[in-house]
Design a protein around this ligand. Structure first.
Ligand code: CMP
Length: 145
């Protein structure tokens, strides 16, 4: 049966959004929601709470707060697994070696700047969709001047 996942195009992949969305449609996903927003230190801390205290956490927060992110609600059979498959390994270097066609291999640059995020379980998909799309006051839509 059809499943939802949360996908996020991170600041390093912003200029490749067109190619990434093409890959998303090519893989049979429907895009149910899409929103551009910028994390603050606080909202990044909510979203990435499970990584607080890890060595890469400060770098991760600097990175995701550096510019806008594009959040997407994707719908498909086995969406969670299928999106993670399309992403490839979290680490860009590993992605280049093990899955050269993957999004991270093509558009990522290192362990932190890895182009896109994907939920790892139905519970985290619900949680992450709730943070990004649940309230425009938590994650305000961009309003560029
Ligand atoms: P993401 O799938 O969004 O989940 C957590 C993020 O933290 C991950 O992608 C990377 O951007 C970053 N990250 C995870 N592990 C490491 C690591 N070992 N070193 C640096 N950054 C990491």
């Amino acid at each position: 049966s059809s499943e939802k996942t949360f996908a996020m195009i991170k600041p390093d992949a912003y200029l490749n959004i067109g190619k990434i969305i093409s890959m998303i449609f090519q893989a049979g996903f429907k895009i149910n929601k899409m929103k551009m927003s910028r994390f603050t230190e606080d909202t990044a801390g909510i979203f990435y709470g499970e990584h607080k205290g890890k060595h890469f956490y400060p770098t991760l927060v600097d990175f995701v707060t550096s510019d806008v992110c594009v959040g997407l609600e994707l719908v498909r059979e086995n969406a969670i697994l299928a999106w993670r498959e399309l992403l490839g390994p979290t680490n860009t270097q590993r992605a280049k070696e093990e899955a050269p066609e993957s999004i991270r291999a093509q558009f990522g640059s290192d362990g932190t700047r890895n182009a896109c995020h994907g939920s790892d379980s139905p519970a985290s998909a619900e949680r992450e969709l709730g943070i990004f799309f649940g309230s425009d006051s938590v994650m305000p839509s961009t309003s560029l001047q």
